[in-house]
Design a protein around this ligand. Structure first.
Ligand code: ZN
Ligand code: ZN
Length: 75
């Protein structure tokens, strides 16, 4: 089985870096897949590191914050 190392941010799980596939002897044959190996890196990406995860709830960033979501939960 071939392997492809995919590095992800451990905080937000966004893609950090996708390595090239490490092919095995039967790479490319039908029905043959590539095994993803996820490697977590110990921080958040630029997008999510600018936010404080604890503050996302009730911080006014929800698109339905102006809605009457108290009486009628949309989810
Ligand atoms: Zn393979
Ligand atoms: Zn992220």
């Amino acid at each position: 089985m071939c392997y492809q190392v995919v590095e992800r941010y451990s905080v937000c799980r966004c893609l950090y870096y996708k390595h090239a596939i490490d092919p095995c002897a039967v790479y490319g044959q039908s029905g043959h897949g590539v095994q993803e190996k996820t490697v977590l890196v110990g921080y958040a990406c630029a997008t999510h590191s600018s936010q404080r995860p604890e503050m996302t709830y009730g911080a006014g960033v929800l698109p339905d914050s102006g809605y009457e979501s108290d009486a009628y939960p949309l989810h």
